[in-house]
Design a binder for this molecule. Sequence first.
Ligand SMILES: *Cc1c(COP(=O)(O)O)cnc(C)c1O
Length: 360
Amino acid sequence: MGRVFNFSAGPAVLPQQVLEKARDEMLDWHGSGMSVMEMSHRGKEFIAIHAQAEASLRELLAIPQNYKVLFLQGGAIAENAIVPMNLLRGRSVADYVNTGEWSKKSIKEAKKYCNVNVAASSEDRNFSYVPARESWRLSKDAGYVHICSNETIGGIEYHWIPDTGEVPLVADMSSHILSRPVDVSKYGLIYAGAQKNIGPAGLTIVIVRDDLIGQALPITPSAFDYKQQAESDSMLNTPPTYAIYIAGLVFDWLKQQGGLGEIEKRNVAKAGLLYDYLDQSGFFVSPVDKRDRSRMNVPFKLKDEALDEAFLKGAQQRGMLQLKGHRSVGGMRASIYNAMPIEGVQALVGYLREFEKSHG
Ligand SMILES: *Cc1c(COP(=O)(O)O)cnc(C)c1O
């Protein structure tokens, strides 16, 4: 059985070279006589893997020295609680911008820990756009402002960085981190689950500015206290060692591709190919405002929903999997993360054309 084109939203496609390297190193990592899975997280081998992964991530994102990089567990959904526990810093309010399903989850969780002010929302038009900064109604003394910078389900993406003044900007970047260069210094905190654009599920990446940590609520579990984790190099508890190793291989792969500037060019080309086809088609539609469209997650609908089944079946027969949209929005969704080669997008567009011709 060959490899398919996997359009899953996550866990998602990984670069083939990374999987091959992991396979080659599976039984004996660099002459250690062990798999990375079998190593002590306190041993010199794993400490080197961990340090190298962090160094590569810092290099790729040009993370300033006054930011900590934490490799944690719990996923982005755990961060929805961990962020308010750590970042309220004595304040009682946090501002949230609601742009879709993942924002809604973040808001719901944060309400357990603070008063949530929904500063702006695009619910009025079914989450098809990012509300302009001028329309946001921020609180006077918020602990932070939270956005989901790429809504994986709705397929909208911030192509700009909101200015929140002195109040730290927090972003859930789970589904587009490393898809483009980003000015980390504009954020107080960035978090991302690994299983979309980084590596295996089980690893959560947090990038946080030094001065924001150290004032966690007393109820904060130690493993989720950024300060304690920062002081122990993310090894307060046993970290997800194998996931960190694979993430490190993905970071190396990104560097070999030419870094995030080059990756962004490819992502622009891939997304452009797909959106251009959808826009000229009278058969498929994209529900998102053009300027806010995600380069990573491309939702689209067939005008005649009765053909959904046939569409998915035909895609599967052609080796294109996981194109069904999220159950909350229906239709289709193609997730085209960094590791999706342009050939996959070309194959998908070819199939869209063929399907439109035979059913349109
Ligand atoms: C997938 C996803 C999550 C959920 O991550 P978990 O690892 O399941 O906790 C949260 N936010 C965004 C934007 C996502 O894409």
